[in-house]
Unconditional design. Structure first.
Lengths: 175, 154
């Protein structure tokens, strides 16, 4: 009985470490480049989105953008606008694709590879996490958006938030 | 039990005071630097300053601020280690990160501390290659105050 209990406890402890390791590959990627001065880093915390969601947005006549922002819990962006981004793109894709993300859309546009990967939410149009990867001859973008995100309206966010990398979100609506 | 309560009551005031020590200590340790610019606006000065603001919501926002401090270090910026210590200390004091933007060597971090529905402290840390800015605001603001002021400005 005691052996079974200890075995179960060890198994649960091991599983918790495994689950944590699975979720932190993206965290590790951001962390490893966070202090690299070759990159531009943007990190908007859940607290900031909570505050923004409580402020009325003038241009938001239909309330779509407000609803979208209310559902967002975090935004992280990593951008490098010089040097070959292809290798970074492949490295990031290999790491992220093995961690529960599904590929939503791949676009090749003027020599740039653009990939959208998602973790599904409660319904077909709602996702829990959206990762955008862009890699080209002279740029690299990694964008990580978490929350309850509506794919139908996510493109509008790029107009409201003038942040590097966000303009690629419009491609989801177009496709 | 009575002894325990008595001992705790002696230490409690120092614990409360130490909540704002991290930023106070930082200002104190850098205010005498020759190349540093230090600005401190107390409640009275902020109130007087608000008389010259025409927009009512912005004026109200300034009047709800108790103290504003700015430290600018030009020639000898503050070390990364000191900044990390400050950030760790303020997080222990209840500050939460709102945003971080870094572009090359330039970095801006914004922190906030809330007390129930009020924003009580705002802190902005700006690091550049050869300069450093620390700006803090002690206040009692709500999001409605900020929204009203933003509406006036925009």
């Amino acid at each position: 009985m005691k052996t079974k209990f200890l075995f179960t406890l060890a198994l649960l402890t091991g599983l918790s470490y495994y689950t944590t390791a699975q979720q932190s590959v993206l965290d590790q990627f951001f962390e490893s480049h966070r202090d690299d001065t070759a990159f531009t880093v943007v990190n908007v915390s859940p607290k900031m989105f909570q505050m923004i969601s409580r402020i009325d947005i003038e241009e938001d006549e239909n309330g779509e953008i407000s609803e979208l922002i209310k559902g967002i819990t975090g935004l992280r962006i990593l951008v490098r606008d010089h040097g070959d981004g292809t290798k970074l793109y492949e490295d990031a894709f290999n790491k992220i694709s093995r961690n529960g993300f599904e590929e939503l859309l791949t676009v090749r546009d003027k020599g740039e590879n653009i990939r959208f990967m998602v973790k599904e939410g409660n319904s077909a149009d709602i996702i829990k996490q959206l990762v955008l990867l862009v890699g080209g001859a002279d740029d690299f973008v990694l964008l990580d958006l978490t929350g309850n995100i509506n794919l139908k309206t996510i493109g509008k966010l790029s107009k409201s938030l003038d942040v590097p990398g966000m303009e690629h979100l419009e491609k989801i609506e177009k496709h | 039990m009575k002894t325990l309560i008595l001992i705790l009551s002696i230490f409690l005031p120092s614990f409360i005071y130490s909540q704002t020590d991290a930023i106070d200590d930082f200002y104190d340790s850098h205010r005498f630097g020759e190349d540093n610019i230090k600005i401190k606006l107390g409640n009275s000065l902020l109130t007087i300053g608000s008389w010259f603001i025409e927009e009512p919501a912005t004026r109200a926002l300034v009047r709800k601020s108790n103290r504003a401090r700015i430290l600018i270090s030009d020639e000898k910026p503050v070390s990364r280690r000191e900044i990390n210590y400050l950030i760790n200390d303020i997080k222990r004091d209840g500050y939460e990160s709102l945003a971080l933007v870094r572009d090359g060597l330039d970095k801006v971090e914004v922190y906030m501390r809330e007390d129930r529905k009020y924003i009580r402290n705002l802190l902005v840390i700006v690091e550049a290659d050869e300069s450093f800015v620390l700006a803090s605001l002690d206040c009692r603001l709500t999001l409605d105050d900020i929204e009203a002021a933003l509406d006036e400005e925009l």
